[in-house]
Every structure is written in structure tokens, then in C-alpha cells.
Design a protein around this ligand. Structure first.
Ligand code: M6R
Length: 609
């Protein structure tokens, strides 16, 4: 899973491509590379690690030319080395690839038998060799690409150059996202719009099985059978968001601190206080439309899946509608029971997660109505949905999701109110109370952020621990999972989240004097039971960090540390507990000297299976 950029025009290609790659680094930062074509020659620069290494290399060994392609890699096949970095060259053909070629070993064997020599362990390299092989028996690069791509199984978004046809650049896609930007006779290709929107707002979205051939200041779209396609461009009206740290040492801390504003944004203009309801016209469903569904199915991955888990608690509790929560990568392959009576809700920060997108398509094929909850405007998932609730969290750069998650929780809370008002499960008074609680939330997030120095002390105390457990009941179980994931992602400490009542069925064996147990104990209906679970840990010598509600001076009495978190009611307190858990993970990672914005092995958006 990677980011690709292509450029053809009258500017120097290198800075255009590097700017695009900077915007795509969220897709992977294992290695990066660029190829430009100048006076009929192709030249390549590649480096392992983050883009900054390629920038350094280009200072020492600059590249020139008005045509070029670039790549930032998240390694799937082959280690993150220079040899495995894209672009890959096979004979006269150079490619950058995002996706996975599933039949690459077979093709590699065939090509090796024909004399092709491979220099990398990647699946991608075979594409350049295959096109080069086809060039031997075809009359044009275009035709060679068409023939080669028909033999590929798997997913790809590709940009292709060939020094034998040095006036041409080709882009093609199947299963991985790709957009083309047009500015007069200049052309930009990228994995997503933000990578090129600073150059042009005129975009063409490529569909699977399509190719774009750029030559002599013109672009032609066609199928792999060579049939021309008449594609229309659209003008994108949103502005590129700037990635700036605004004085924070890293993006993650900035994004954690942006949560009060992000929550104000997701709520802005959506509350209907007089009716105890919310405006969610973007759903494209009125009351009778909403009431027509027999069940809801929430699909997502990672942190967004945790939001879905919390959403199930909210919607079933307040709207009395059955909700299934599905991990997208499982859902897509198990022939799920979905019908036109199912409202499928795909949750994704990026809107590009391959598994979530595939799950959405699976549900579409079974006639579900599809709504997404998404942060990135105009990304693939909202584009393929019938309705969308944008979370308006703003650009999230830190790979570990923070403000995207809490705004997803708020979006689900808004959806809960809408569904409950539509079916009558939430009456006017309750609706108004829920809105009143929501209005207080940003200030309560601000207050929770003030716990940072207490949290730093906790992180110092347990810094040498290898493991941690997070326990919660009810909706707090979903938040325990998220807290554990945050710690794992950025501090590399192993952590697991469990329903507190489940601990005695196994995980209790792990309790010792070294491992912190973070117990989520908001002042909700579960508090007495959670206190008992805490006692079970303490009795076995476990070290408890109790996260409880402000004013609760009972729960933390026997804990090693206590954090008191503002009480926002059972449905919204999870947002505040999340903020505390984000700060816990952050402090551990910083004290351990880790790169919180770009943790090892991860990528912001996972666009492969
Ligand atoms: O963009 P998405 O929300 O679809 O991404 C899903 C997961 O890949 C993502 O939440 C991942 O788990 C994050 N690194 C969590 O911090």
C-alpha cells in the first residue's frame, strides 16, 4: 500500500512530484523514489525510509525533466530496502505501483525463463518487465500496457514511463484509487486529490479497468481493450488543508489538543434544539426512509471499528434497533446476511481503507442502503455511499487516530439522536437533554486535556512495563480497546482491552506487580461491578490506574493512580475517557523516545488487503 504521483507538463517535474508525495506519506513511509524523463533518458533516485531521505538524495543528485513519476511505499512484498523501493525498471519500462499483484510469482517465473533479471523482492517489479516483454511484439507502449495489465491479478494503480516513447506517460487503475488532475495541457496523477489539489481543482476520477494516456499536452482515457472513454472532469471546491504543527512538537499532540474544536465542528449547524433532534440531511433519508430498515450494520477497521463498537452500544440502547458490528476485512469474505432492509454504515477516517471499501461494495451488491461516516471529503468511501456524515475533524496527519476517532463518536451520537427521534425511541425531552450534554462536551474535553501532567507521572512509573491491560464495561469496553490500540501503535508496548467482567475467564492470569491495569470506571450503571473487577486485580497484586468520574472519591481509593475525568453522561463520557487514554499512550511513547507521528510498520491509510 503506497502513494503514487505522476506529472507531465511544462514545469520541472521533481518539485511537483515531491510536493505530492509529501501529501501521500500517510500511505506509507518505508521508502520513496522518483523517476524523471529528460531528453529521452530516464533517471531514477530511490532511498529507504521516510521521504526526507529522498529529499536529501535529490539535493546531492538532482533530477531534471518535465515528465516524472514518484512513489512512497508501505512494504507488502519485500523488505523496506532501496532495492525494493519504487520506481522499478524492467528493460525500457519504469513503473510505480500501489496495490498487490497476486499472481506475480507465476509471471516472474515466466519472465525469468524469457531472460528477464529481477533486482527486487517485490511483486511490482514484474509489471515493468511484463510491459517491456509485450513491447517486443506490439507497436506502441499503450498497447503493450494494455496486454500486460490483462495478465495481472490483484490490485493496482500505476504510473508508467518508457524511454522508447519519451513523450508519453500512462496511468491505469484496478482496485487501488487514482485521480487525474488537469490544468490546461499540464497533467497530474495521484492516489488521492490532496496530493495534487494545490496544482489544480479540475479532477477526473479513474474507475477500475481504465487507462489514461498522456501525450503531447493531451490526455486520452480508454479501456484495456483500447476503446476510448469519454470522461468528464469535475471542479473540486474544497481547499487543501495545510499540515502545520503550530508550535506543537508533533502532529499527534496538536491533533489531541484540537479535539475541543473538532467536536464543535462536527456539531456545528447540526443541532435542532427546539425539536430535540439533529439535521442530518446528508443521510439522504427522511423519517420513513430511516424507519424502513430492520437492522444496521456498522463496518470499519482499526480505530474506526472501535467507534463502530461504541456506536452499537449507543444505537441499540437509545434507538432499540439491532446493530451488527463487523470488521471489514472479515465481512467482505464471508457472504454476510445483508438485504435492502439493512442500513450499512461504513466508518473510515481516510475514506480509502481497502477492506472497508470492499465491504461497502459487498453490501452494495446485496442491495443495502449505504451511509458513510468519514473525515476526508470526496474520498472513495463517501463517493460510493448513498449518504455521508462528514466528521469535519480536519486534516489528521498523526498515524495514530485521535481527533478522527472522537469526532466519529460524536457523529454516531448525532446519528443515534436522528434514528431515535425518527422511530420515537427518543422523545423530545430526552432528545433535548442529549443535545444539552453535547453542547457541554468541548469544554469538558478541554478540562480532560489538563490531566496531562498527572498522566506523565503515570507513564514515568510504568515506563519499563512490557504489557498493559485496559478494562471497561458497556460502552467503555470499546474505549478500552481503543486505549490499548493507541498504546501499542505508538509506544510498542503490548496492550489488550477486555470487557472487565471477562477478565476472570483468562486474562486475570496475566496480572502481576509489573503490568499496569487501566480500569475505565465512569460513573455509569456499571460502576459497582467495575469496582469489584478492580478489587480482583488488586487482590492479585496488580497495579491499577483507575480512570473514574469527577467527584467519585470512592473508586480510586485502592488504586496506585487515579484520574478524575469530567462526567458527560454515559453516552458521551467515552469521548472524555478516550482523550485521557490518548494522553497516556502519548506520554509513554514520548518518554520512550518514539516517533509518535510515524510509528514503525504503520501507515495512515491502508489501501491494500
Ligand atoms: O482511515 P480508516 O479509519 O478507515 O483507517 C482504519 C484503520 O486503519 C485506522 O483506524 C488505524 O487502526 C489507525 N492507525 C488507528 O490509530
Amino acid at each position: 500500500m503506497c502513494g503514487i504521483v505522476g506529472y507531465m507538463g511544462n514545469q520541472d517535474a521533481t518539485p511537483v512530484i515531491m510536493n505530492g508525495l509529501r501529501m501521500l506519506e500517510y500511505r506509507g513511509y518505508d521508502s520513496a523514489g522518483i523517476c524523471t524523463m529528460d531528453s529521452g533518458e530516464v533517471e531514477i533516485r530511490r532511498s529507504s525510509g521516510k521521504l526526507v531521505n529522498l529529499e536529501r538524495l535529490l539535493k546531492e543528485q538532482p533530477l531534471y525533466g518535465n515528465i516524472g513519476i514518484g512513489h512512497t511505499r508501505w512494504a507488502t512484498h519485500g523488505k523496506p530496502t532501496v532495492a525494493n523501493a519504487h520506481p522499478h525498471k524492467g528493460g525500457s519500462v519504469v513503473v510505480v505501483h500501489n496495490g498487490i499483484i497476486e499472481n506475480y510469482l507465476l509471471l516472474k517465473d515466466e519472465l525469468s525463463n524469457k531472460g528477464h533479471k529481477f533486482l527486487s523482492e517485490t511483486d511490482s517489479e514484474i509489471i515493468s518487465h511484463l510491459i517491456d516483454e509485450k513491447l517486443k511484439s506490439t507497436t506502441s507502449l499503450e498497447e503493450a500496457v494494455q496486454q500486460a495489465l490483462k495478465e495481472l491479478q490483484g490490485a493496482y494503480a500505476l504510473c508508467i514511463l518508457c524511454h522508447k516513447d519519451n513523450k508519453t506517460m500512462i496511468a491505469a487503475k484496478s482496485g487501488s484509487p487514482m485521480v487525474v488532475g488537469i490544468k490546461g495541457n499540464e497533467f497530474f496523477v495521484a492516489s488521492d486529490m490532496p496530493a495534487i489539489i494545490s496544482n489544480t481543482r479540475e479532477m477526473v476520477i479513474m474507475e477500475d479497468g481504465e487507462m489514461a494516456v498522456f501525450r503531447n499536452g493531451e490526455v486520452k482515457f480508454c479501456t484495456l481493450d483500447g476503446e476510448d472513454i469519454n470522461k468528464t472532469s469535475r471542479i473540486v471546491d474544497w481547499s487543501p488543508l495545510k499540515a502545520e504543527k503550530n508550535g506543537y512538537p508533533n502532529f499527534m499532540l496538536k491533533e489531541i489538543n484540537e479535539q475541543p474544536q473538532a467536536i464543535r465542528n462536527v456539531v456545528a449547524g447540526r443541532l435542532r434544539e427546539d425539536k430535540g433532534d439533529v439535521f442530518l440531511e446528508e443521510l439522504g433519508l427522511n423519517n420513513s426512509g430511516l424507519n424502513a430498515f430492520e437492522r444496521l450494520c456498522l463496518v470499519a477497521c482499526g480505530t474506526s471499528w472501535h467507534a463502530a463498537m461504541a456506536g452499537k452500544y449507543l444505537i441499540e440502547e437509545h434507538c432499540r434497533i439491532p446493530v451488527d458490528v463487523e470488521i471489514a476485512s472479515e465481512f467482505r469474505y464471508r457472504n454476510p446476511l445483508i438485504s435492502e432492509k439493512t442500513l450499512l454504515i461504513a466508518i473510515s477516517q481516510s475514506g480509502e481503507t481497502a477492506d472497508t471499501l470492499a465491504a461497502l461494495r459487498e453490501a452494495r451488491s446485496k442491495n443495502a442502503h449505504i451511509v458513510s461516516i468519514c473525515n476526508v471529503v470526496d474520498s472513495s468511501i463517501p463517493r460510493e455511499s448513498d449518504g455521508v456524515i462528514y466528521t469535519r475533524a480536519g486534516l489528521e496527519i498523526g498515524v495514530a487516530s485521535t481527533k478522527a476517532f472522537t469526532t466519529q463518536l460524536v457523529a454516531l451520537y448525532l446519528l443515534t439522536i436522528r434514528l431515535g427521534r425518527a422511530n420515537g425511541a427518543i422523545d423530545l425531552k430526552k432528545g433535548q437533554e442529549m443535545l444539552a450534554a453535547l453542547n457541554k462536551l468541548p469544554a469538558q474535553v478541554e478540562k480532560t486535556l489538563e490531566l496531562d501532567s498527572q498522566i506523565e507521572e503515570i507513564a514515568c512509573e510504568y515506563l519499563t512495563s512490557w504489557d498493559a491491560i485496559y478494562l471497561g464495561r458497556g460502552i467503555s469496553y470499546a474505549i478500552a480497546l481503543e486505549g490499548a490500540l493507541k498504546l501499542k501503535e505508538i509506544s510498542y508496548i503490548h496492550a489488550d482491552g477486555y470487557p472487565a467482567g471477562e477478565m476472570k475467564h483468562g486474562p486475570i492470569a496475566l496480572i502481576d506487580r509489573e503490568m499496569p491495569v487501566f480500569i475505565l470506571a465512569p460513573n455509569d450503571r456499571h460502576i459497582v461491578k467495575v469496582r469489584s473487577n478492580m478489587e480482583e486485580v488488586i487482590t492479585r497484586g496488580g497495579k491499577v490506574v483507575a480512570l473514574c468520574s469527577e467527584g467519585d472519591n470512592e473508586t480510586g481509593k485502592r488504586a496506585e493512580f487515579t484520574l478524575q475525568i469530567p462526567w458527560a453522561g454515559e453516552a458521551l463520557s467515552p469521548v472524555l475517557f478516550t482523550v485521557a487514554l490518548q494522553l497516556i499512550a502519548y506520554n509513554f511513547a514520548i518518554l520512550k523516545g518514539k516517533d509518535v507521528d510515524q510509528p514503525r510498520n504503520l501507515a495512515k491509510s491502508v489501501t491494500v488487503e
